[in-house]
Design a protein around this ligand. Structure first.
Ligand code: ADP
Ligand code: MG
Length: 245
């Protein structure tokens, strides 16, 4: 069984069909890129997957469990994590403290912060930071980190909930090409090491073609292509959308 099974979802805003009868599946351990021009419906799809938006119709199942109609918090608890385009870190806290916060909130122990909480989850936080190559910067404030490093911390924060599926909407926005490549390579490593499934959007075709296991393409709310790099590169509908030919 696929981890994620999306069946005929629809979403309209007024007269705009943002998502039109979209269906796709995502197996475990796959890095799946969602491509498409601005306005294609990518963010709307993400927002339905994490419960921020409810589809007008259709079904979204995680390991057979229906997610449509559930609260975002429940969906999070079912194992759907996400990263945010706007930084989700607390700048005045250190990298380590940010991770400890997430681990405390995961276990609903944030109330303990008034006690000397400095040691809580320190080891677990450091393991996660090590996995994203940030353990050596654990004691630096997030506000002084390089942009790409903040993104690594956010990845570690998302992984702290041990998601089965991780949603990343434009994780590399605002990054230089080298940083982009590094972040996506890191995500790919998490996919392999943790048998994690990741759905992400990314503007750089080079990055996607090099690192994604598979890609799906949206145009005007419809899924127009689904396959590997070669299929997508040569797909006439995709070429029309991207190159007008
Ligand atoms: P993408 O992320 O691929 O750029 P979006 O999912 O953000 O595309 O948008 C898809 C379409 O839905 C666009 O036409 C957009 O204007 C419209 N749309 C998205 N969110 C809303 C909203 N909250 N209210 C009205 N229209 C929206
Ligand atoms: Mg978007």
């Amino acid at each position: 069984m696929s981890l994620l099974t999306i069946n005929n979802i629809n979403k309209a805003f007024g007269g705009v069909k943002a998502i039109n009868n979209v269906s796709f599946e995502l197996p475990r351990g796959q890095l799946l890129a969602l491509l498409g021009p601005n306005g294609a419906g990518k963010s709307t799809c993400f927002n339905m997957l994490n419960g921020q938006l409810k589809p007008d119709s259709g079904s979204i199942k995680l390991e057979g469990v229906e997610l449509v109609g559930r609260h975002p918090r429940q969906i999070w608890n079912e194992g759907v994590g996400r990263t945010f385009q706007i930084s989700a870190t607390f700048g005045s806290l250190t990298v380590l403290e940010n991770l400890q916060m997430v681990l405390l909130s995961r276990d609903k122990k944030l109330f303990r912060l008034w006690t000397p909480a400095a040691s809580y989850y320190k080891e677990e936080a450091l393991v996660l930071l090590d996995q994203v190559g940030m353990a050596d910067q654990a004691d630096r404030a997030c506000s002084v980190l390089a942009y790409g490093d903040v993104k690594r911390v956010e990845l570690a924060m998302a992984l702290a909930h041990d998601p089965k599926l991780l949603l990343m909407d434009e994780p590399t926005a605002g990054m230089a090409p080298k940083e982009r490549n590094q972040l996506v390579m890191l995500v790919k490593k998490m996919v392999i090491d943790r048998n994690l499934s990741v759905l992400f959007t990314e503007h750089s075709m080079d990055v996607v073609f090099e690192h994604a296991d598979r890609m799906i393409v949206f145009a005007r709310g419809e899924l127009i292509a689904d396959g590997g790099a070669e299929d997508i590169r040569n797909d006439p509908k995709v070429r029309e959308v991207y190159f007008g030919s």
